[in-house]
Design a protein around this ligand. Structure first.
Ligand code: 1CP
Length: 329
């Protein structure tokens, strides 16, 4: 049994695009908040029974075509010995490049709970629902490691890449090896698709993106036995280069018209790209925006319906229902 999400990634013709939402398991859902009131984020992620339940919540409620595993991009770094707390975003001691180079390799047994969550979700979702694994891309992980947490411009990372480009390249290679084995573990456990989140790569200038971010992302995905999606929001300037990552499909944010982004990416699947703000409006607007996007895509094989970035935590669940319905209609 193949899944529409996998079919779309393989550019097979479909009667409607598959649909899922980045960050679909999370704070906008009352049933998530109810569980989180009783368990810390860390406990929820590392307990397969709870993580699988959170993964399934949006799929049960809205019937998406993909179930994205509940974990965080920082989860495998914790398994490499980095101390991180979630409040709500990741907070850690700012690391130097040298400290990143000295991190141990990832022992996937230490993230075995993610594999177990995948196995549980895989047995519980309908067979046509794709289980989506994920990892953070090396540049994005390095950004959090060097900065010590979230930032709007990650200047520590951008400076470090310039001060010592050779050490930076080695640190990125190290993180790429870790993410490749982490994603390999997820595919072996039953993930049908994996997505690489490069949330902060768009902060890089074109030359640095090409020299450092592309090879690191490419190495993280190379040779995986499942279709892959690369997502670098805020990256209009890098669209022409992204195909060098070698992913099966590319997720694009809302800033660029999807048809223009597609032309620059080439003959690959494209995911997106409704502005998450649309889901903060009303059912009529959502339905019109979905129709407009689908008419721009005009049935081209390889389209996966999604937002241009993660869902906002203040999104009313009824609006998510309307979004999924509008794609189905
Ligand atoms: O549907 C899902 O929620 C799937 C699981 C998931 C994913 C794919 C979570 C759970 N996080 C992520 C990815 C992630 N984490 C990204 C890439 C995606 C994107 O660009 O939106 C990033 C940048 C992070 C880092 C992170 N973790 C943040 C961002 C804020 C910052 O300071 O830069 C936050 C808020 C977290 C915590 C977190 N991770 C996930 C959830 C549901 C939460 C909120 C935890 C809570 O309070 O309940």
């Amino acid at each position: 049994m193949t899944q529409p999400l996998v079919d779309a990634l393989r550019l097979r013709p479909l009667t409607r695009p598959p649909v899922w939402i980045m960050r679909q398991a999370g704070r906008y859902l009352p049933e998530y908040r109810e569980l989180r009131a009783r368990h810390s984020f860390q406990h929820a992620v590392s307990t397969p029974e709870i993580a699988a339940e959170i993964t399934l919540q949006p799929v049960r409620r809205f019937g998406m075509d993909g179930a994205v595993i509940f974990a965080d991009i920082m989860t495998p770094l914790q398994a490499m010995g980095v101390e991180i707390i979630f409040d709500p975003g990741p907070k850690l001691r700012p690391h130097t490049l040298r400290e990143v180079l000295e991190l141990p390799d990832l022992d996937t047994e230490r993230v075995g709970f993610v594999a177990e969550t995948i196995r549980r979700v895989e047995t519980e979702v309908p067979s046509e629902t794709a289980v989506i694994g994920f990892a953070g891309a090396p540049v994005t992980l390095l950004a959090y490691l060097l900065e010590g947490g979230g930032s709007k411009d990650f200047l520590a990372m951008r400076a470090a890449l310039r001060v010592d480009p050779t050490a930076a390249a080695s640190a990125l290679e190290k993180l790429a090896r870790a993410m490749r084995s982490y994603l390999g573990m997820q595919v072996e456990a039953g993930a049908h698709v994996v997505q690489l989140f490069d949330t902060w790569a768009g902060l890089l200038d074109l030359a640095t993106f090409e020299r450092l971010a592309v090879p690191a992302a490419r190495a993280s995905l190379a040779g995986l036995a499942a279709p892959t999606i690369y997502f670098a929001p805020g990256s209009v300037h890098t669209l022409d280069l992204q195909a060098k990552v070698g992913a099966t499909g590319y997720s694009v944010d809302w800033r660029t018209p999807i048809v223009e982004a597609w032309a620059r990416l080439g003959e690959v699947a494209v995911q997106g790209n409704l502005d998450p703000a649309v889901l903060l409006t009303d059912p009529t607007t959502i339905s019109l925006e979905v129709k407009a996007l689908l008419s721009r895509v005009a049935g081209r094989p390889g389209h996966i319906m999604n937002l241009g970035h993660g869902i906002d935590q203040h999104t009313p669940p009824e609006n998510v229902a309307e979004f999924v319905e509008a794609v189905r209609a």
